[in-house]
Design a protein around this ligand. Structure first.
Ligand code: GLA
Length: 389
């Protein structure tokens, strides 16, 4: 659906034009997977694919939400969100928990959420590890900010969205996805320290394309598997604290300390922690590789990151492994790995722009030959964060 169609759909539903359209992007993560809830650094980039929300002020203290791609709508009272029910008392459908949760989190922070009319569409594939839900959250937070006339930093906006997801939707995610959707910078990766909340942009060399390959496979395990991984990391911290009493999270464990004490850990927490401790070191190396435009080093770190997610963190799938393995014999590939939480979804490939076409054709052919499946492949650019169009 293009912007004209979005505008027309809004007018048909609400019999008036929208006041503005918000764009909030999805993200890829170049490196630093499953480290944001361990206080570590991450290296995401916002992408071209985004959620588009047409918005106008609502007069009656209600939010009217129309999810155009699902052809579903709901109206909810903004002064009575905690029950998670619509205006008629029915439980909110799953998709509406995201905007409703954002309004709830903004209110918790003392920020005014006016009545709103919204219709939205997205070209971020759902459940593919590209943060389609964080984009919805950030887009709606920005819509309420614009209508309310209050100003907070983009980082704070992202934090309210994380609160919505953690406390209202009930997913214990870290801050990376909301941060990337809020703070993205065109042509840049974002080096974000999830403990200090400091961040900095690192340019992606213009000759490097971001190629996303969707395996087409989704695992239902995502929420339970994610929460289990998180719990295993917390257990590893508790076990390591016997030897390293100063540590608060896996972020505080040096690779040398891990080597000295990992033998005392239980089996599963040991494997999960090994991934996290080494992944944090890889992010530090990756950001310096990016800064000196050392593509070979960056690519090697991505492949190492994928192996670790497969063997130690155990969140890959055979299809994602196939997509990564195929790239090793394809033209122009700098590095490849699964991106996002895993359990299905997408790989991110860094590819020389002038060979991207041949790379994509080769990956598509190889994936079909090996799995009998069609991979959807997107050639992306790092894009700016949430904005008004
Ligand atoms: C999901 C979560 C993020 C992060 C990644 C894994 O996308 O929302 O906070 O933990 O998984 O790196």
């Amino acid at each position: 659906m293009n912007l004209d169609q979005l505008q027309r759909a809004f007018e048909e539903i609400y019999h008036r034009p929208p006041q503005f359209i918000v764009r909030a992007p999805g993200r890829v993560n170049i490196l630093g997977e499953h480290v944001d809830y361990n206080d570590g650094p991450v290296l995401p980039a916002a992408i071209d694919q985004a959620v588009y929300i047409a918005v106008a002020l609502g007069e009656d203290g209600c939010a009217r939400l129309h999810a155009l791609d699902l052809n579903q709508q709901v109206a909810l009272r903004l002064d009575d969100l905690a029950e998670k029910r619509d205006r008629d008392g029915n439980p909110l459908p799953g998709w509406a928990l995201y905007p409703a949760g954002v309004a709830w989190a903004l209110q918790q922070a003392g920020l005014y959420t006016s009545g709103l009319l919204a219709a939205y569409t997205s070209d971020i594939p759902i459940g593919a590890g590209l943060s389609s839900s964080a984009a919805v959250e950030v887009g709606f937070a920005f819509a309420w900010q614009t209508l309310g006339g209050w100003e907070i930093s983009r980082l704070t906006l992202a934090q309210h969205c994380q609160t919505a997801e953690n406390q209202f939707v009930g997913v214990s995610c870290g801050l990376m996805d909301q941060f990337a959707s809020a703070c993205g910078i065109e042509g840049h990766a974002l080096y974000f320290d999830t403990r200090s909340l400091e961040w900095d942009a690192a340019p992606i060399p213009p000759e490097v394309a971001l190629v996303i390959a969707d395996s087409g496979v989704r695992r239902n395990l995502t929420h339970s598997g994610y929460n289990e991984r998180r719990a295993a990391c917390e257990q590893a911290v508790r076990e390591l604290q016997q030897y390293l009493p100063h540590i608060r999270s896996l972020r505080d464990v040096k690779t040398t300390e891990f080597a000295a004490y990992s033998m005392f850990l239980s089996e599963i927490p040991r494997r999960r922690a090994e991934h996290v401790v080494k992944e944090i070191a890889r992010v530090h190396s990756a950001v310096s590789a990016l800064r000196r435009a050392d593509k070979q080093a960056l690519g090697a770190l991505m492949y190492a990151g994928h192996n670790s997610l497969r063997n130690l963190y155990e969140v890959s799938t055979p299809e994602l492994d196939t997509l990564v393995e195929l790239t090793r014999s394809l033209p122009g590939c700098i590095g490849a790995r699964l991106t996002g939480a895993g359990f299905g979804g997408c790989t991110l490939n860094l590819v020389e722009v002038d060979q991207a076409e041949a790379f994509i054709a080769g990956l598509q052919r190889g994936y079909m030959r090996t799995t009998g499946r069609q991979a959807k492949i997107y050639l992306c650019r790092a894009s700016q964060g949430v904005s008004l169009l």
